[in-house]
Design a protein around this ligand. Structure first.
Ligand SMILES: Cc1cc2nc3c(=O)[nH]c(=O)nc-3n(C[C@H](O)[C@H](O)[C@H](O)COP(=O)(O)O)c2cc1C
Length: 206
């Protein structure tokens, strides 16, 4: 196997190290965060760090990069209190990836891609039309991770829309039926396929 020591990793060129370290934590969630500024400019950005924080209360989180440059999604959600999390369908990957380009806050990524905003349920932040899972979130808190100046942002789930064909009787959402993609590293998009579901695991009886 290829071995990288801590010293080797420290000496790698930035792009190589970014690719390596971003890939090895495994397949990651692929989401678009939708938000809107106080003066009504929409914003859309791809995030691969959305995680489940808890079901009751229903919370999710994501990691925000250091705020050394403007972070439009973050400043919008702090000011308006709301944002959306939208899963990425395989037909949306090129546009989804493009939302990571550094546009100023006056330019909406919805206008720079074929992704369209949609509004529902009286929620003021934009959802992504055609996203197979769309989650309305309220900004709750953020915690500085002092080791690298990133932040864990906590969102409360206020409402969830799931495409009918993905919704199973027991509440389980079968992501592959919506052709929801996953992210390998920072620029590789893949389409997972369900192998099997298992019952709740219990210790073996000897
Ligand atoms: C695949 C991918 C995943 C990303 N995931 C994150 C992430 O989890 N957290 C983050 O802060 N930025 C992430 N980014 C970078 C943001 O998409 C990028 O900084 C974007 O410009 C943020 O837009 P905003 O300033 O409008 O919020 C990611 C970029 C790519 C290409």
């Amino acid at each position: 196997m290829h071995y990288f020591s801590k010293a080797t990793i420290a000496d790698l060129n930035t792009r190589y190290r970014n690719n390596l370290i971003n890939s090895i934590s495994g397949y990651k969630s692929a989401n678009l965060i939708g938000s809107i500024s106080e003066n009504g400019t929409t914003n859309l950005a791809v995030f691969n760090s959305i995680i489940h924080l808890g079901s009751n209360p229903a919370l999710l989180g994501f990691i925000l990069r250091p705020t050394t440059v403007p972070r439009n999604s973050f400043s919008n959600m702090k000011k308006t209190g709301v944002f959306t999390v939208n899963h990425i369908n395989k037909n949306q990957i090129e546009d989804a990836h493009h939302t990571s380009a550094k546009y100023p806050e006056t330019i909406s990524e919805f206008d720079q891609t074929n992704l369209n905003p949609t509004y529902k349920g009286g929620f003021s932040a934009p959802f992504v039309e055609g996203a197979p899972v769309q989650i309305a979130c309220r900004y709750v808190n953020d915690y500085l991770i002092k080791e690298n100046d990133t932040r864990l942002v906590v969102g409360a789930i206020e409402g969830v829309y799931v495409a009918n064909e993905m919704m199973l009787d027991d509440g389980w959402v079968q992501l592959d039926l919506g052709e929801v993609v996953t992210i390998n590293g920072l620029d590789g998009y893949a389409l997972p396929q369900l192998l099997q579901r298992f019952p709740y695991a219990r210790p073996k009886e000897h």
